[in-house]
Ligand binder design. Structure first.
Ligand code: HEM
Length: 142
């Protein structure tokens, strides 16, 4: 129960920081992918060719995961997406970690002074939830 409330609070904080970030930076797709590719050369190799529309759709799906629990059920969107990415695209767990570092860094810059330990904790907690699913999935498919 307590966990559910904490989770809802994290989601609220994430939604407001994304709004603030959009007000300040506009479209963050190019910045997120630039940072992602700088952090992980393998990811750059794998998807450096992808166009901005594809990158936009991918970021949108990632933000959906950060803003709602509805995709977390067994056999749901996240599981499907992980099958697809880890098996078919050869994405790796490290690449997922780098991707979430990149998003968080860009949003932190976009939020500026409004980024406090509350934002840090909310983002960290949601990201960890998703990454723990990625890691479990990754080891099951290793
Ligand atoms: C939770 C994290 C992620 C989600 C929800 C996600 C979601 C998506 C979606 C929805 C697409 C299809 C876009 C479209 O064509 O409509 C896509 C494409 C793709 N994603 Fe991800 N993605 C994630 C993380 C990653 C990571 C870490 C990598 C590693 C490099 C990656 C590599 C790719 C590649 C290679 C494509 C296809 C690119 C192309 O066809 O040009 N994704 N992703």
């Amino acid at each position: 129960m307590g966990k559910g409330v904490e989770n809802d609070e994290s989601i609220d904080v994430i939604i407001s920081s994304l709004e603030e970030c959009a007000n300040n930076l506009g479209d963050i797709v190019p910045m997120v992918f630039e940072r992602f590719f700088a952090l992980d050369a393998g990811a750059h190799e794998l998807m450096g060719h992808s166009d901005q529309h594809m990158q936009g759709r991918m970021l949108e799906s990632v933000l959906d995961l950060l803003m709602s629990d509805e995709h977390f059920e067994p056999g749901g969107y996240l599981d499907w997406e992980l099958d697809n990415h880890l098996d078919a695209y050869n994405a790796t767990v490290d690449m997922y970690e780098a991707f979430f570092v990149a998003i968080k860094e860009v949003v932190r810059i976009g939020v500026g002074d409004g980024w406090t330990s509350r934002e840090e904790a909310a983002w960290q907690s949601r990201i960890e939830q998703i990454l723990s699913r990625v890691r479990n999935h990754g080891s099951a498919h290793a």
